[in-house]
Design a binder for this molecule. Structure first.
Ligand code: AR6
Length: 177
């Protein structure tokens, strides 16, 4: 499983799947969520609404993932996951860091079940949800690496998409570590 860094807008990335840092409602929002729904068109929201009506009436819990098609995006699939909000206290951090790791695990598992070979991730929780960039990128890289045995037969390439220099620096440091 190769891990690559491709800076820029994830909506332009031509992997088979891209991951959305959504919220529990699955009804769209700002940040990368807004960008994906804008660029992908209304079919993504239509599918999210159906998922809410059928499987997830209370919304998608943090740390889990669901898949829709990708509308007009170059990708075929959007994997929607919900990161935790950042909390500074050590007790809360101990509770929430595993939830962030779970976003990466659940997204990779969902993609592998669909036979996806290439997938791109934004820096989940590192925007509106306030997670410090160095820690968010470290958790991303460590968790993706830890999944190699489970999903590496299917997923050949994981693309990390930093949106800004701080994210890119974080990924480079984590990959070197
Ligand atoms: N391509 C790649 N990365 C992006 C893009 C893009 N087009 N746009 C933003 N980022 P955020 P969160 C980066 O806030 O922290 C939404 O309103 C951004 O710079 O999108 O998990 C949802 O609906 C940051 O590094 O997601 C939720 O309510 C990273 O993506 C909430 O925000 C994540 O920032 C989720 O917050």
């Amino acid at each position: 499983m190769d891990i690559e860094i491709r800076p820029g807008d994830i909506t332009a990335v031509e992997t088979q799947a891209i991951v959305n840092a959504a919220n529990s409602s699955l009804m769209g929002g700002g940040g990368v969520d807004g960008a994906i729904h804008r660029a992908g068109g209304p079919s993504i929201l239509d599918e999210c609404k159906k998922i809410r009506e059928t499987d997830l009436p209370d919304g998608l819990p943090a740390g889990q993932a669901v898949v829709t098609t990708a509308g007009e995006l170059p990708a075929q699939w959007v994997v929607h996951t919900v990161g935790p909000t950042y909390a500074k206290t050590p007790e809360k951090y101990q509770e929430k860091a595993p939830v962030l790791a779970s976003c990466y695990r659940a997204s990779l598992q969902a993609a592998a079940e669909l036979g996806v070979e290439t997938i791109a991730f934004p820096t989940i929780s590192a925007g509106v949800y306030g997670w410090p960039m160095d820690d968010a990128t470290r958790i991303a890289v460590e968790t993706i690496r830890s999944m190699e045995e489970q999903v590496g037969d299917t997923i050949r390439t994981v693309v990390l998409v930093p949106f800004g220099q701080e994210a890119e620096d974080g990924y480079r440091a984590a990959l070197a570590g």
